[in-house]
Write a protein that binds this ligand. Structure first.
Ligand code: DOR
Ligand code: ZN
Length: 352
C-alpha cells in the first residue's frame, strides 16, 4: 500500500474501551460507535457501578434494547465488571461462564465514578488469583491517586508502585493497561518480558495520539480536551505514535470516548472525558497518516484487539476515504447536548 492513498480498506475495527452511559443518553452515543465499529468493550463505571454479573446482564439488556430501537443489528457490546475490594473469586468464575470479557480496575478516586473502586489491591488477591487461573483479563486505569503525586506523573508512578508488583505476584494474569499516555507506559508494555505469553497489552486513544497538553490551554482553557489520564508533553505523544504505528500487537485501539453533557464540561469543576466516537476512525487515520504509517492502521484497529482477547477477527470490510468531514459544534445528548472532539473543525478522513 502506498503511504499517501486517498482511500483505504480495512477489516472492520472494534473499540476496546468505550463509555456509553445509561438511560436516555445511551442511544445518542451508541449510534455513533455502531456506525464504525463491530464490537466495543463497554466500561462499567455507571452510577452505581456494574459490580456483578447480574448488573452487567441487565445493562447488556438495556444496550440491546437501544440497538433494536435504533435498528442497528451489526454491533455487539462486550461487557465488563467493575472490580471492588469485595469482588469474590466466585463472581469471577461466574463472570467467565456468562461471557463477561474482563474486570476493570479503577483505583478509588482516580476518575469519573470511581469512588467505589479498589482502595488497596491487597483486598483483591482472591479475585485476581481466580482471574489468573481462568484467563480473565484485568483492565487497568493506570494512575495513582495520592494528592502528593503530580497529576502528570500519576501514570509513571502507577507502573512502579502498582503494576510491576502486580505482574510479579500474578505473572500469568492478562492485563490491559488502558488509555496509556506516557513514554514510560509505552516502553513498559513494549519491553515487558512475558515468556512468549499474551499477558500484557495497552489501548491508546485518538486524543493522546493527536494532541499534547498544550491543547488543554490553547488560547484559554479548553474543557473539551480534558480527560484522564490527562494529555501529556509532546515527547510522550511521539512515543505513543511510535508504538501504535509500529505493528507491535501489544498496542491496539480503545477510544475511551467518554460523553459528558456540554454543561458538565463547561463548568467550574468540569468533568473529565473526550467524546471522540463521532468520527473516531477518521481521527486514528489522521494520526497514522501523520507519520506515513496508514498501512499499520488495520493491525492496530482490527486485528490485535481480538487476538489479545482470544476472539475471532471481524470479516466485513470498511472503507475510509481522505474526505474532510466537518464536525458539528454540538450533538444531541438526551435532553442536553454534547461537544464532540474537534467540534467546529474538520477531520481529514471519513468512513465511506
Ligand atoms: O476522561 C475520562 N473519562 N477518563 C476516565 O477514566 C473515565 C472517563 C469517564 O467515564 O468519563
Ligand atoms: Zn475510560
Amino acid at each position: 500500500m502506498s503511504n499517501s492513498p486517498t482511500q483505504i480498506q480495512l477489516i472492520q475495527p472494534d473499540d476496546w474501551h468505550l463509555h456509553i452511559r445509561d438511560g436516555e443518553v445511551m442511544k445518542d452515543v451508541l449510534a455513533d460507535t455502531a456506525r464504525q465499529f463491530a464490537r466495543a468493550i463497554i466500561m462499567p463505571n455507571l452510577k452505581p457501578p456494574v459490580t456483578t454479573v447480574d448488573l452487567a446482564k441487565a445493562y447488556q439488556g438495556r444496550i440491546q434494547a437501544n440497538l433494536k430501537l435504533l435498528g442497528l443489528t451489526g454491533f455487539t457490546p462486550l461487557m465488563t465488571l467493575y472490580l471492588t475490594d469485595n469482588t469474590s473469586a466466585d463472581e469471577v468464575r461466574k463472570a467467565k461462564a456468562e461471557g463477561i470479557i474482563g474486570f476493570k480496575l479503577y483505583p478509588a478516586g482516580a476518575t469519573t465514578n470511581s469512588d467505589a473502586g479498589v482502595s488497596d489491591l491487597k483486598h483483591c488477591d482472591a479475585a485476581l488469583e481466580a482471574m489468573q487461573a481462568i484467563g480473565m483479563p484485568l483492565l487497568v486505569h493506570g494512575e495513582v491517586t495520592g494528592s502528593e503525586v503530580d497529576i502528570f506523573d500519576r501514570e509513571a508512578v502507577f507502573i512502579d508502585t502498582i503494576l510491576e508488583p502486580l505482574r510479579k505476584k500474578f505473572p500469568d494474569l492478562k492485563i490491559v493497561f488502558e488509555h496509556i499516555t506516557t513514554k514510560q507506559a509505552a516502553h513498559y508494555v513494549r519491553d515487558a518480558v512475558t515468556g512468549g505469553k499474551n499477558t500484557i497489552a495497552a489501548t491508546i486513544t485518538p486524543q493522546h495520539l493527536l494532541m499534547n497538553r498544550n491543547a488543554i490551554f490553547a488560547g484559554g482553557i479548553r474543557p473539551h480536551n480534558y480527560c484522564l489520564p490527562v494529555l501529556k508533553r509532546e515527547e510522550h505523544r511521539l512515543a505513543l505514535i511510535d508504538v501504535a504505528t509500529s505493528g507491535n500487537p501489544r498496542f491496539f485501539l480503545g477510544t475511551d470516548s467518554a460523553p459528558h453533557a456540554k454543561g458538565a464540561k463547561e463548568a467550574a469543576c468540569g468533568c473529565a472525558g473526550c467524546y471522540s466516537a463521532f468520527n473516531a476512525l477518521g481521527l486514528y487515520a489522521e494520526a497514522f497518516e501523520s507519520v506515513g504509517k496508514l498501512d499499520q492502521l488495520e493491525g492496530f484497529a482490527s486485528f490485535f484487539g481480538p487476538d489479545f482477547y482470544s476472539l475471532p477477527r471481524n470479516t466485513k470490510k470498511i472503507t475510509l476515504a481522505k474526505q474532510a468531514q466537518q464536525i458539528p459544534d454540538e450533538l444531541p445528548l438526551g435532553d442536553a447536548t454534547i461537544v464532540p472532539l474537534r467540534a467546529g473543525e474538520s477531520i481529514a478522513w471519513s468512513l465511506v
